[in-house]
Design a protein around this ligand. Structure first.
Ligand SMILES: [Zn+2]
Length: 738
């Protein structure tokens, strides 16, 4: 044991900087497209021609001149890689120009403000690279519009800042079905074909147009009020679909209650689609879901779980479809909100610990994102496709984190009242970030200018150095903090009010430290010395905090904090003290005793890291660690057993202890109830036992298992082993092969 690290010693601050901001992502600014006309309604008849993999259709756009606009002699329509048989207004053919992406239709008479016209286009899209996707393995065609790809299967106004109603007549072969937006108005059989007529009678942006065609079984869920709920799945995957979509009615209810806006459309269908590039897509009333994400076997729970995806896409029916970003720069108003609602459903459905854990994981993603490439949430720069701004971490997790901070600042009642105002004021419309600020200010009477400037239009987050002192005579504890993040034109100080909690043997004292211009300090009377002190109780603030506290304090926090994120913080701090056996002992105990699986798993991960350092093999604590890890392999939660199996594979033990470990790993590889855990245990066995583990590896790898959960980890372990025998086995089961 390091003699300088006694349990009561407070270590120094970590060296600065605690974060280096990554350079902003590449790209040039893209302003919102200026609307020239108003698309009001669009009716499309379409069929998908398998032999040519072509989209063949006729579409009629009803268009009105914008109020106050000068008369238009031509109309520009988005159309990607199409050919046209005719363009007409009623019976009158119209002249047009086409450059492969922009169809300019010359009107017979100029369209004046307030006047209406209609344009009918007979089109064929055979050379398309986007928009509609033919998937032969399941003989299914699906479409994907977001961001600006609807134009590759329907000529339309393809930018989110206009809303229209629409209808589709979709032709399929007999035995197939077609799903689209809105209400199924009818279907009729003509020869060997069926025509399906779908009508969306409330306005939406055209990137939400969808058509999916194939052999589907439709499972009708119990309705929510008068909203019908359907699950569209493959005939061979009915049980899995019921499992994957299971909590949809509950989520509809939670979101309707929280927002105060009942589900805003006539029905809600979810359909699984094959070989999809995303998790899901919130096409209005008709969400597409990646079949790999939804259709998982029962044993893969809880690692596999579709509830978050289900809730996310459902939340878009409000945030994204009912209220739609006016330009891609504000896409967090769709995606950050859907991610936030996903967190809300997790909290409602699985409890506060799960909710808090979800918030923490979002914050961790944001911190990583700013390390890679810092940028504000509102951001209009990309290289070639607006989808580039979506997935950096500044939209989904940061958007959700910002809403959680507002929720915490206001408290639930006032927060949801403000959300209701924002939602009702902008229903069926388009929004930018300032609409959110205005609604929150009008609803609460507070000023949110600084908040939005610092967190939404600015970039980065605070890095706190926090210290505390205790005056025994005065029985007073003082907590002071300063912000030490690197500052520049994008990142300044953050004015936040931070919740502090002091636990003592004579009770708990809570107070708030206001951070202003980068500093804050507050003291409070306590009846006895602090046993633990939390900075930002509940972890609501997006930040990095360095708050050096003694090992004794952190151990106390790990055992006694009622906030799961306080116990996680203690795990993370103790994990940084590898030479401190009291810290290690705290982690081992948490891995066994904590009531929340996430704390147990994280503690075991830390123990695994500790145990992997080679020169630890001979120290007495290793025996203790080994015993604890083997105990954890019988944890009721598969995620904890997975952490235990991984940690065992990193253990540096020898002799009898090593034998005991490999025996247990082999038992797990053969018989753990979760095949995911079996795969991880096998990989650990391969790493520890080298060639001796290969016969079992061969035996287990021969089995075809969902998503390769046994073969893939084994392959990774074989690669690191790199013996001739391992290479031979890898040749038999090459990575990437299903
Ligand atoms: Zn989304």
């Amino acid at each position: 044991m390091d003699p300088t690290l006694t349990a009561d010693r407070v270590p120094p601050f970590q060296p600065l900087p605690l974060i280096v901001w990554g350079p902003p992502p590449a790209g040039v600014a893209h302003r919102e497209r200026a609307r020239r006309y108003d698309l009001q309604h669009q009716a499309t008849t379409v069929r998908f021609d398998w032999p040519r993999q072509a989209v063949v259709g006729t579409t009629t756009l009803r268009i009105a001149g914008l109020p106050g606009a000068t008369p238009l002699s031509s109309i520009s329509i988005d159309a990607g890689d199409m050919t046209f048989k005719s363009v007409a207004s009623g019976a009158t053919p119209l002249k047009y120009d086409y450059d492969g992406s922009d169809l300019v239709v010359h009107l017979a008479t100029p369209l004046r403000a307030g006047e209406k016209t209609s344009i009918t286009i007979d089109y064929d899209g055979a050379n398309r690279t986007k928009g509609a996707y033919f998937r032969p393995a399941r003989h299914i065609v699906w479409t994907q519009g977001e961001t600006e790809d609807t134009r590759f299967w329907v000529p339309t106004y393809d930018f989110p800042n206009d809303k229209a109603t629409w209808e589709f007549h979709i032709w399929t072969a007999k035995g197939e079905r077609a799903l689209s937006n809105g209400k199924l108005a009818g279907s009729r059989t003509v020869g060997d074909s069926i025509e399906w007529h779908w009508v969306l009678d409330k306005p939406a942006s055209t990137y939400l147009m969808t058509a999916v065609v194939g052999k589907y079984t439709v499972l009708q869920e119990k309705p929510w009020r008068n909203v019908t709920i359907g699950y569209w799945t493959y005939p061979d995957s009915i049980q899995a679909a019921r499992r994957g979509f299971a909590n949809t009615p509950e989520a509809v209810d939670v979101f309707s209650r929280k927002t105060g806006v009942p589900y805003p459309w006539n029905k809600y269908d979810q359909i699984v689609i094959p070989e999809f590039q995303y998790g899901g897509m919130e096409n209005v009333t008709a969400t597409s879901q990646n079949d790999n994400a939804i259709l998982y076997p029962a044993w893969a729970e809880p690692q596999a779980n579709a509830e978050g995806l289900m809730a996310h896409e459902l939340a878009h029916q409000w945030y994204g479809d009912l209220l739609t970003t006016r330009a891609w720069a504000h896409i967090w108003l769709n995606e950050g909100f859907a991610t936030f609602m996903e967190q809300i459903f997790r909290e409602e459905n699985r409890g506060d610990d799960e909710g808090a854990f979800g918030r923490l994981s979002a914050q961790e993603q944001v911190i990583d994102a700013d390390r890679r490439a810092r940028r504000p949430i509102v951001w209009d720069k990309w290289v070639s496709d607006p989808i580039e701004v979506f997935f950096s971490g500044h939209i989904y997790p940061k958007g959700a984190t910002i809403l959680q901070m507002l929720r915490h600042q206001l408290g639930d009642a006032r927060f949801w009242k403000a959300m209701n105002r924002y939602t009702t004021a902008n229903a069926y419309g388009n929004v930018v970030t300032d609409d959110l600020r205005k609604a929150f200010e009008q609803s609460t009477g507070r000023n949110f200018g600084t908040f939005f400037q610092q967190w939404v239009y600015g970039a980065g987050f605070p890095v706190f150095q926090v210290s505390s002192s205790y005056d025994r005579a005065a029985r007073r504890v003082v907590v002071s903090a300063k912000e030490v993040q690197p500052r520049d034109s994008l990142t300044g100080f953050f004015d936040v009010d931070v919740d502090v909690e002091v636990r003592t043997d004579s009770g708990i004292v809570r107070f708030v430290v206001p951070m202003r211009n980068g500093t804050g300090e507050l003291g409070a009377k306590v009846k006895s010395p602090p046993r633990s002190i939390r900075w930002d109780k509940g972890n609501w603030i997006l930040d990095i905090t360095d708050f050096p506290r003694s090992t004794a304090m952190m151990r106390y926090q790990l055992v006694n904090d009622d906030d799961v994120l306080g116990r996680i913080e203690a795990v993370d701090v103790l994990a940084q003290r590898p030479a401190d056996q009291l810290a290690l002992d705290g982690l081992v105990r948490a891995g066994r005793n904590d009531r929340f699986w996430g704390v147990r798993a994280r503690a075991l991960d830390a123990v695994g890291t500790w145990a992997s350092v080679p020169n630890r093999a001979e120290i007495p604590a290793m025996q203790h660690v080994k015993t604890a890890l083997i105990y954890a392999t019988r944890d009721p939660d598969a995620r904890v057993r997975q952490s235990a199996a991984t940690a065992l594979g990193r253990l540096t033990v020898s002799g009898n202890a090593a034998t005991e470990v490999t025996i247990r790993l082999r038992e797990m590889a053969r018989s753990d109830p979760s095949l995911i855990v079996r795969g991880v245990a096998l990989a650990s066995d391969i790493r520890l036992e080298k060639n001796a583990a290969l016969p079992l590896a061969r035996q287990l790898m021969e089995r075809e298992v969902w998503q390769n959960v046994i073969r893939a980890p084994a392959q990774a372990a074989l690669k690191t082993l790199d013996t001739p025998e391992a290479r031979q086995l890898l040749e038999e089961f090459p990575p990437g092969q299903q």
